[in-house]
Design a protein around this ligand. Structure first.
Ligand code: Q46
Ligand code: ZN
Ligand code: ZN
Length: 309
């Protein structure tokens, strides 16, 4: 296996691009690809301030690394969920996020759910979702709220997350199996700040395969948390990822093609504007100012009211 660029020892075979690269050229290739996505989807410019949501995992820390290498103005945001599950998941992931920020002289905002709202994510989940074992829906809502709030309060132009192609393809697969027009019309590399109270959200890694991100983190020497959140075990998204991996093994590039042709179809108007009508009817929550579709307080604020009482 020889690097196509220099003939040196190849370390990765990018089958979908029919490209073998050595360590040096792979580490060069990656930021070029990310830069192309940033430009293609008009994610942000060097003049804008980017808040990178970091979990301590390989994708978000590598994203932060790549954006820094590309010269963008980035700070990080770590959200302490208060999940231990035997591996001290939250503590260890925070340590790795802090270490990365320190090593690269970058600024990291830390928001701990328990300190901010009196209880950790699993505690809030037990109090609000009787009998439900997984805190994931509560967790997702809390994370989205905190990411958007921090970005707004601290004056960032855009919020970047480390979702890779495998994540996006799995979500697309799920949305397609259910034909969820509302979700499909909103899925994409950029979610514009088109309603009051939200910042622009972008996914610069949306065209990069998960295995490429793992290779990047390892070859670039980024220390990240290997363990998944203990609540991720058995998630449907993992099952969909496995199915898509089987497809990819037989047809290299299938995953990328699935995602990119979806984006093209969306661009050519496959999903009518009416599917997005729900989003346009959102209005700011009287308490926190973030968008909601219900009259009165948003679901997050109501949840927190219930937790307090
Ligand atoms: S939602 Fe669920 Fe994740 Fe929150 S509780 Fe863990 S697995 S971290 S992406
Ligand atoms: Zn090379
Ligand atoms: Zn609210």
């Amino acid at each position: 296996m020889k690097c196509r660029k220099c003939g040196g020892r190849g370390v990765i075979n990018l089958r979908q691009h029919k490209l073998i690269l050595c360590k040096e050229h792979f580490l060069e290739w990656m930021p070029e690809q990310v830069q192309r996505s940033i430009e293609k989807y008009h994610m942000f410019t060097p003049q804008e301030r980017v808040l990178v949501a970091v979990s301590g995992g390989k994708d978000s820390l590598s994203l932060w690394d790549i954006l820094t290498r590309l010269g963008y103005q980035t700070d990080g945001l770590y959200i302490g969920l208060g999940i231990d599950g035997g591996v001290n998941y939250s503590e260890e992931s925070q340590r790795l996020a802090e270490q990365f920020a320190q090593d690269h002289h970058l600024k990291l905002h830390i928001v701990k759910v328990a300190e901010e709202y009196g209880q950790s994510v699993p505690e809030i989940a037990t109090r609000t979702h009787h009998g439900q074992t997984k805190p994931c829906s509560v967790c997702g809502r809390i994370k989205r709220h905190i990411m958007n709030r921090t970005a707004r309060e601290q004056g960032y132009d855009v919020l970047a997350t480390g979702h890779n192609l495998d994540d996006e393809a799995a979500v697309l697969f799920s949305n397609t199996l259910n034909w969820s027009p509302g979700y499909l019309v909103r899925q994409g590399p950029v979610l514009e700040a088109d309603i009051p109270g939200v910042v622009r959200k972008v996914k610069p890694l949306c065209r990069i395969y998960e295995r490429e991100m793992t290779a990047y983190a390892l070859l670039q020497g980024i220390e990240y948390i290997y363990d998944e959140c203990p609540f991720a075990v058995g998630a449907t998204s993992i099952y969909y990822k496995e199915l898509l991996n089987r497809l990819e093994a037989d047809r290299p590039g299938a995953k990328l093609n699935f995602y990119l042709t979806f984006l093209q179809a969306k661009k050519s108007g496959l999903f009518s504007a009416s599917a997005d009508a729900g989003r346009k009817s959102l209005h700011p929550c009287p308490t926190c100012g973030q968008p909601t579709s219900v009259d009165g307080e948003c679901a997050f604020c109501r949840m927190m009211e219930r937790v307090k009482s």
